[in-house]
Ligand binder design. Structure first.
Ligand code: FDA
Length: 389
């Protein structure tokens, strides 16, 4: 196929642009994907031993308050009524998260009403008042008071960053949510749910168009294949959703990321923890949380005598690890400015998505930003000859 546009990466950003280009503009689209499957990090598959749908790159819960995104995604899948809730184990007792009146009353062994709880937390948060927090530890105390911060945030955050929060900048957190009611829904969005037939069915539906061709196991930087950076840039419009620093051969240094190691186990029971996500707040437990994917789909007929769980370990990403969460250190931010400047000068290439812009994006944000990029950049380029980037 002689493509009109080449899209590098088949995550939600790339897929949304591909779908819009084919359906809205009638363009021929080629998607080049390094992995053996499409879908980016939202990809899921049935675990061969249990048949339970597993999110290969970490738990993916769909939620949005964006009407346009909600209408758009419902063209490809329906959603179950799943409502995400998270619990945390601290010193062998389980509390609900984010911190709410239930958590507070359980933790302090009390029966406070909203106003009493608010007054207590305000008083405890006043411990360091008058001082600008110098590090994440002080910031946490000044937001929710020492007792709750030390129980639920301090050691968990230390595990996520492999660093004592006293050594982390205060800027990492701007707020810590506390709800003065018993609402323990994890997300505040208007819409929430999981794709009824799974992520892969949704993703496949997005590219079900004769004008869309997909090449998996194809690396954009591999010059031995015909759709490489060297072969395409300057000759075809390119949407690039791979790592920003890699595109420019790390000329401004490598941008830093955290990654997660998943340790899969098959406990000999039909239900290991009774819920999908259990955090472990304490430093003595080396993993940050356990995911039990069967609970994402209580409506499905999963086996009742076996289950699958994943323990998550957070660490700094090395060169060959999956980049998951941008670290955004001062050095990263300086390099990012330079990379953005270079990206603007790269005629005919539009950078998008979480890797292409070095920012954490939820799925609805990646889709929303792709819809906007399509409207503002891609469609005007093909309709009116405007520059792509
Ligand atoms: P994405 O990373 O999905 O896709 C980029 C694609 O480019 C990949 O398929 C990659 O292989 C490909 N690529 C890279 N380099 C290439 C090259 N050289 N050549 C060819 N292809 C190349 N969101 C949410 O809404 N709810 C949630 O619960 C979660 N949970 C979650 C957990 C974890 C651990 C992570 C890391 C992320 C989430 N997310 C999430 C975020 C979600 O994964 C994210 O919004 C989407 O992946 C963004 O889609 P993109 O297309 O931007 O990137």
């Amino acid at each position: 196929m002689e493509a009109d546009i080449v899209i590098v990466g088949s995550g939600f950003f790339g897929l949304t642009i591909a779908e819009r280009c084919a359906n809205e503009l009638g363009l021929k689209v080629l998607i080049v994907e390094k992995r053996s499957h499409i879908g980016g990090n939202a990809y899921s598959e049935a675990d061969p031993k249990t048949g339970i749908e597993v999110h290969k790159y970490g738990a993916h819960l769909f939620h949005t308050s964006n009407e346009r995104v909600w209408e758009y995604v419902n063209r490809f899948t329906s959603f179950t009524p799943y409502v995400h809730k998270v619990y945390t184990n601290h010193r062998g007792v389980v509390y609900s998260m984010p911190i709410n009146l239930g958590t507070i009353n359980q933790f302090f062994g009390a029966a406070y009403g909203p106003e009493e709880a608010r007054a207590l937390i305000q008083e405890q948060a006043g411990e360091l008042s008058g001082k600008d927090p110098e590090n994440l530890n002080d910031k946490g105390i000044s937001l929710i008071g020492r007792p709750l911060y030390e129980a639920f945030i301090k050691e968990y955050t230390g595990k996520q960053w492999q660093t004592d929060p006293k050594e982390l900048p205060a800027s990492i957190i701007s707020r810590l949510p506390v709800r003065y009611n018993y609402d323990n829904r994890y997300f505040n969005d208007t819409y929430e749910g999981l794709p009824t037939e799974g992520y892969t069915a949704w993703i496949n539906k997005m590219v079900e168009h004769p004008n869309i061709e997909i090449l998996t196991d194809t690396d954009f930087f591999d010059e031995s294949q015909p759709y490489s950076k060297a072969a395409l840039v300057g000759k075809k419009p390119v949407i690039y959703t791979g790592p920003l620093d890699k595109y420019f051969d790390y000329s401004q240094g490598a941008l830093s990321w955290r990654t997660i190691d998943f340790e899969t186990e098959y406990p000999e029971c039909g239900d290991y923890q009774g819920t999908s996500v259990m955090n472990y707040a304490d430093a003595e437990i080396p993993f940050t949380r356990i995911i039990e994917p069967r609970h994402f789909h209580p409506e499905r007929d999963y086996p009742t005598d076996k289950t699958i769980i994943m323990k998550e370990y957070s660490r700094f990403a090395e060169a060959n690890d999956e980049p998951y969460y941008p670290i955004n250190s001062d050095k990263d931010r300086e390099a990012l400015l330079e990379y953005r400047r270079l990206a603007e000068q790269e005629d005919g290439v539009l950078f998008g998505g979480r890797l292409g812009t070095y920012q954490y994006l939820d799925m609805h944000m990646a889709i929303g930003s792709a819809l906007t990029a399509f409207d503002n950049k891609v469609a005007p380029h093909f309709r009116d000859g405007k520059p792509l980037n």
